[in-house]
Write a protein that binds this ligand. Sequence first.
Ligand SMILES: [Zn+2]
Length: 53
Amino acid sequence: MIMNTNEAIPLFKEEIRCRRCGRLLMKGLVRAVEVKCPKCGFIQVIAAQTSKK
Ligand SMILES: [Zn+2]
């Protein structure tokens, strides 16, 4: 069995990108935030995708 204890857990850090221009806005776990892109000024709501059942 391979142990990847030194690697970051990919599910924990989520990349939040601007839906308009694709600029990386933040990383981390997001529940629900409203963020304005500093590049293009597009205001968007980022909500966690709860696709688990
Ligand atoms: Zn943008």
